[in-house]
Structures are given as structure tokens and as C-alpha cells.
Design a binder for this molecule. Sequence first.
Ligand code: ADP
Length: 522
Amino acid sequence: MSSEAIRTSLPFPQPGPAASAVKLLLVDDDQDNLLALQAILEPLGQELMLAGSGPDALRLCLEHEFAAILLDVRMPGMDGFETAELIRSRKSSRHTPILFLTGYRSDEQLFRGYDLGAVDFLFKPIVPEILQSKVTVFVELCRSEQLLRQQAQALARTEQRFRAVLEAAPDAMVITDESGVIRLANSRTDSLFGYPREQLIGTQITLLIPNWKAPGREDFDGDGSALLEARMSGIRQGGSMFPAEITRSPFDSSEGLLVTTAIRDATEQVEAEERTRRINVELEKRVEERTSDLTRSNEALRQFAWAASHDLQEATRMILTYSQWILRSTGDKLDEENRERLECVEENGARLQTLLAALREYIYISESGHQNWTTVDCNAVVRTAMSHLGGTIAEAGASIRCLELPKIHSVEILLLQLFQNLIGNAIKYRSDEPPEICISAEARDGAWVFSVEDNGIGIEPQYVEYIFGVFKRLHNRQYSGAGIGLAICKAAVERLGGSIWVESTPGRGSAFRFAVPERSAH
Ligand code: ADP
């Protein structure tokens, strides 16, 4: 029977194979035998291809890859052995398992068959279960091979991608094992260190980074990852050194713990840092020079102001004394106009004297010298301030409520200046109502905040900072004063390391508050 006849009588490929089915080739010149084989193997669910002759089988081998070939030994023309020899001679089918089907046992046949690479012999009549189980083994083998091939391909693709990422990295990337032996390096590594890559593989990374250390167990996070950054020295081929930013990142692999080390040349960064450091040092030096210049000129100014105020006070005292003396001795001889002029001289002399006294007090308070830090009972300080202001308080009918104040580590004279000026102002700038003043303190954010609140005339919001300046006043003739009380308060509170401010509603009253750092009183 010709193979052609079988081809037409048996349509190829036969029964629809399952998705992962492999191909099996059945070769026999006897169509009945072929059909019998087909019937036995169909339950395996694989793709069966039938050939009625050796040449037919060879043709199919050219077009398909088979998991196994079942080959009848006795066939007219090209017998099974010749067919097997030709199948084996082709590269694509060199390793395809061949099972010979034969009618009788002969050692000669067996030797020849095994010589030609037969994997097994099956003797007719065929026992279906044996055939099925033998073929199943080859089907499984082929499937495993296919799976392995797919996995190898996937692995190769992943590795390709990995290498591409490695190559695209802007840094030199070196993969080592835990002991620092280089397994992989990208081309940036060649250009950064000057070694050909092949030479680096297998050598110690310490050749490039002498202080390199593998991450220890302590470097891993709870989730098992770790990223270690450090600055180390890198050594190029030839021995020149450069600063390098190193990032080590360990990862577990099938080959054990591997470490990816990214190395970046930090020469420019280090130079920039050095430039910044030098600029900072230079700036600090200049600030220091300026500060000491300023301190010197401040001190000179202070001394000048102190001396000037002293001399002016003397001159003022003379003006005042002589104008008063002339008024007393010749007052009745002067005409009205000259008498008024002389009174004006006396009045302004007295005012000048007040201003100079206030100025000297301000200079005294703001000088850095007196810093007698002790434990101060603020309740006692307020009592002293009130006794100094006794007449004023009584005259104004002021009621003063002082809540419990703390004992703090401070400078008593400065606190006295503060309370006396603030209480004095609270009375002076009273409204038509009798003055009601409340003094309190609260601890806030590591500071003691003291408040002196009144029900006086209040301050327009645009002046709340202005009034703390030297000689800054909002009312001239209407209220007496030198305009220096709040400047003294500001200087005093600054000496104590704090700040002062006012919260006010015009017509309703003001709350002057000052905060000083909370220091524990002994
Ligand atoms: P002086 O009282 O001598 O004018 P200060 O420096 O003590 O100088 O005060 C500056 C200005 O702040 C005062 O002229 C006044 O206008 C305003 N001032 C101070 N305390 C109060 C207050 N408790 N209520 C309203 N205005 C005040």
C-alpha cells in the first residue's frame, strides 16, 4: 500500500489535539496496523500523525518536531532501520526518541536498532497498555523539555532586560557575591575605573573600592531589604584615587546573597562641598568681624551717650538753677513778656532734665554688664513696684489685682523696671473709668508669659510696635513722660532673653505681655 493512499484515506493532522498536546508519529505500511496504533494512542490526547512509508515519515520529520516516533521495522522499499538512520542523520530529529515495532525478536535486529539510537522495541501483537505507558513516558519527557526550554527562554529574556537596565544606569554598577567577588559589571564600570570588564569578573571589588564591605545582618530592614549609602574612595587602574558615592543593595538569589553596588564619581560634588565649606568659613569670619565691629561701635556709642547725658545733665542743672534764681530774685522787676520767657526756659530745662534721667536709665538697663541672676519671687517684685507707685495709685483710685506669680530664675532689677513701667503706664493712660489693673502669669511653650492688663484708653493697632522705640510717644502734652518707659521694658526683657508685645482694643484697654524663658528657680 502506498503512503499516498494512507495520506488520503487518513486525513492529517488527526483528531483535534489539546492545547499542550505534543506530536507523535506513527509509521507503518499496513493501514490496519496504523489504525490500530491510532486507536490505542488516541486516549492519550496527543496529536497523532500517520505515515505509510519511510519517505513519508522523513518528510513529516522535516516539517514537525515529534515527542516520539513509532516505527515499523518491516516496510517495503525503505525499511524501519533505514528510515531511522535517515531520521537520526538530520540535526532537527537527531534526538527524537524512536520505538521500533517488530513482529519477532532477533538479537541482530535489537543490536542494529539500538545502534541506530532506538530507545525501545515493541513486539507485535502490541499490548495496548504497554504501548500507552511507554509512549506516555516520552510525552511527559517532551513536555518537560518544552517547559524547560520556555523557562530558559524566559530566563534569558529577563537576564537580557536586567543587563539592559544595568547598562542604561548612569552609575558604574557592580554585582558581587557576599565575599565581594565580582560577578557582573556594566560598561560604566570600565570607563570609570579603566579596567576591561572581562578582567574585573572574578576579582575582588576591593580592587576598585578598598573599603567596600558586604552589608551585615544588622543592615537589613524588617522586610529583609537594605540600602546602604556611603562615601568611600575609588581607585582607578594606575592607582589614582577619587571620592565615590557608594550604594550597596543586597538581594537574595538562587546563588546566595548577592550585592549590587552602584558607584558614582563624587569628585565634582566634593569640590562643590569644599567650595561651600570655604565660603561658609569665610562668611562666618566676616559675620564675626562685623559683629565685633558693631559691638565695638555700640559700646563707643553707649559710652558717648552716657558721657554726653552726664555733661548735658550738668549744663541743664545750671540752666534750671540760674533761671529759677533769676525768677526768684528779679521776677517782680521783669515785665510780663520776659517773665513768661524765663518761665519757658525753666519749664524746658526741667523737661530736659527728665529726658536725660530717662536716657541714662535706658543706657543703664541696656548695658550688658549687670546680670545678677538669682531666684526672684515675682509677687514680691510687684509689691515693691506698687509701693514705689503708691502715691500715683492712690491719686488715681486704681484697683490692682495680682494673681499668684511664679518664682523664677531672673534679674530682679530688670523685672522691677518692667512691672513698674507697665503698671505706671496702665494708670497714666487710663480712661474716664477708675483704673482696673490685673497682673498674671502663665507657663506657655517653655516660657513664663506675664501680663499687665488695664481698662485704659487702648492703642491703635498701627502703633503697637512703634511705642517700644526710644522717645516714641503717642501723646505729648496731654500726658507727662519722656517716651522711654517702654523702650526700657524692651531692653530689660531682651536682657532676660525674652520678648514684649501689646494686645489692645482702642477705648477698651490694653494687655502688655512679656515672655521670658522658663528657668527652674532654686
Ligand atoms: P511715656 O509713657 O513716657 O510716653 P512709654 O515708652 O512708657 O513713654 O510709652 C510710649 C507710648 O505708648 C505712650 O506715650 C503712650 O502713648 C503709649 N502707652 C504706653 N502704655 C500705654 C497703656 N497702658 N495704654 C495706652 N497707651 C499706652
